[in-house]
Ligand binder design. Structure first.
Ligand SMILES: [Fe+2]
Ligand SMILES: [Fe+2]
Length: 221
């Protein structure tokens, strides 16, 4: 004869405890996934990636000033490097600095103002182009603004990020920087100058800019 057994009562777990455990599990999974991405992207700290690019940018200004048939190519390379570099900083690095650093808000706002100012000069230089009148003067103007800005980033922001953020988080940030630079716009755009516009516009403007670059390269060759 079958005996009827009372169904086991569902296990009761305290709501907040269960939520905390689930949150911790999600955080663990996310950070494990991010670490895997960071390793796949070369596991280089964002600060190291961006500092190296600052050196490349300084060298790029010197190359873009050289006369001769390579000027156009050097100019295009410099514009591309500046565009993807600033896009990654604006989308990922300054927002982290704003949230993680003491006085991060003011610091990130100052960097954004400098970037906006440099972008205006960069757009004017882009319009002039390497064959236009006043090219060297404008190039030098942009070089001075960008160099000042990069030096402040290294001195005020990058140094503080190294102290405030763990090496593994900085490597994750480095992976985000590198990933963003794969599809970021390659030309200066006036209104793309903060986290939201960079994250929203980059996937659209990036491919458009790259298609225009390919077309320009095809015409030149
Ligand atoms: Fe910057
Ligand atoms: Fe920078």
């Amino acid at each position: 004869m079958r005996t009827l057994t009372k169904p086991a009562a569902p296990q009761v777990t305290a709501g907040p405890l269960r939520t905390a455990k689930a949150t911790a599990r999600v955080a663990d999974t996310t950070s494990a996934w991010s670490l895997r991405v960071a390793r796949a992207m070369g596991a280089e700290s964002a600060v190291d990636v961006l500092t190296r690019q600052h050196r490349q940018i300084r060298l790029g200004f010197l190359r873009a000033a050289l006369p001769g048939p390579w000027r156009r190519r050097n100019f295009d390379r410099l514009m591309r490097l500046l565009a993807v570099h600033e896009a990654a900083e604006e989308a990922h690095v300054h927002p982290v600095a704003r949230r993680a650093l003491r006085h991060g808000r003011e610091l990130a706002a100052r960097r954004r103002d400098e970037e906006r100012e440099a972008k205006q000069l960069l757009i004017a230089l882009w319009r002039t182009g390497p064959d236009g009148a006043g090219y060297l003067r404008q190039l030098n103007e942009v070089r001075r603004a960008v160099s000042r800005h990069a030096a402040r980033e290294e001195r005020e922001e990058f140094k503080a990020l190294r102290k405030a953020i763990s090496p593994s988080r900085l490597r994750m940030l480095g992976a985000e920087v590198k990933l963003t630079q794969v599809y970021a716009p390659t030309r200066p755009h006036r209104w793309v100058n903060n986290e939201a516009t960079n994250k929203l516009a980059a996937p659209v403007l990036g491919p458009v800019d790259r298609a225009l670059d390919a077309l320009q390269h095809h015409r030149a060759s």
